[in-house]
Every structure is written in structure tokens, then in C-alpha cells.
Ligand binder design. Structure first.
Ligand SMILES: [Zn+2]
Length: 184
């Protein structure tokens, strides 16, 4: 028997981690305010990228933010660390975001990544129905979001992704360049 004075189960609360913006202000309306938010999020992705250096992985970091501006997933390139050819930063961040939400559909979400995604990650981004991709440095050798291919905006694809490129591109590019210089 259920006592009738028990309060109904609370609505499930918001998932993910709170980031500094106020409720209802993500993403901001003005170009300048949006740019400030992308810069700040790229800072988090850059920080995550530096952790890849400890395992000899190419320093690339990514994160997924929900439509309400909460952090849902974080990832860095872990290919060498776990010996997995698919362990790119974006794939790991998308997987964690899906686990946080309890759904593979990441509609309304923003993926932030320090380097332009490759063909695999661009494919995963469209399959996850991500709304927006914010990228740091372009990758003229293997980028699939405008450089070599443009999988995320291909008209043959039923779901297309808004691309915001070049956010803190010098810092993001330098991190990868310096890594390869030390490898020589
Ligand atoms: Zn990739």
C-alpha cells in the first residue's frame, strides 16, 4: 500500500554539468557574446587536449554541450592509450554525451573540437544529429568539415550541421604542430 502523503516522484532534473552562463542565455543572441562563449568552451577543449600528451596521443580535445548550455560529454584523443583506431576525441565526447542524456539523439547539441573532424568523426557528428560544430584549427590534410570533404554539410545528407570554424585556431593548431615537432 502506498501512503497518500508521499510526494510524487520529482521530475528528472537537468543532466550534465553546469557551466558559467545563466539559465536561458545559451547560446547568446549577439555575435560578440556567442564568440566569447565559443572561446571559453574551446579553452576547455584545449585543456582536455593537453592530457593526451601524457600517453603520446595527438593532442586533440572535444566536448558536447546541450541545448541548455550544460556540459554533457568530454573527450580527448586516446588512440595510442587504448589501442583503438576509433578512439578520437569527438567519438568519445559524443558517446559520453549520449550516455549522459540516455539517448543517441544529440539534437540541439553543440560539439566543440580543437581540430576539424576527420571523415569518421564528421560522419558520427551527423549520425548523432548534432546541431552545431564549433572547431578550432582547420585540417587541410584530412578535415571532413570543409577542407578535404564536407560531410557535415553535404546536401545528400538528410541531417546537416552548422559549422563555426577558426575558434582559437592558432592555439589549437600550435598544440598539434608542436606535438609533431617533438616526435621527429
Ligand atoms: Zn576523427
Amino acid at each position: 500500500m502506498v501512503p497518500d502523503d508521499v510526494a510524487p516522484a520529482a521530475e528528472p532534473g537537468p543532466v550534465g554539468l553546469d557551466l558559467p552562463w545563466a539559465t536561458g542565455t545559451f547560446p547568446p543572441d549577439t555575435v560578440a557574446a556567442r564568440r566569447a562563449v565559443w572561446d571559453e568552451l574551446m579553452g576547455l577543449a584545449l585543456h582536455e587536449a593537453t592530457h593526451a600528451l601524457a600517453t603520446g596521443d595527438v593532442p586533440i580535445g572535444a566536448l558536447v554541450v546541450g541545448p541548455d548550455g550544460r556540459l554533457l560529454g568530454l573527450g580527448r584523443n586516446r588512440r595510442e592509450e587504448i589501442g583503438d583506431p576509433t578512439a578520437h576525441a569527438e567519438v568519445l565526447a559524443l558517446r559520453q554525451a549520449a550516455a549522459t542524456l540516455g539517448s543517441w539523439r544529440l539534437e540541439g547539441c553543440t560539439l566543440v573540437v580543437t581540430l576539424e573532424p576527420c571523415a569518421m568523426c564528421a560522419g558520427a557528428t551527423t549520425l548523432a544529429r548534432v546541431e552545431r560544430l564549433v572547431l578550432g584549427a582547420w585540417d587541410p590534410k584530412a578535415g571532413a568539415c570543409g577542407s578535404v570533404w564536407d560531410i557535415v554539410r553535404d546536401r545528400r545528407n538528410p541531417h546537416r550541421v552548422e559549422v563555426v570554424g577558426g575558434i582559437r585556431d592558432v592555439e589549437c593548431g600550435d598544440l598539434v604542430r608542436e606535438f609533431f615537432e617533438t616526435q621527429r
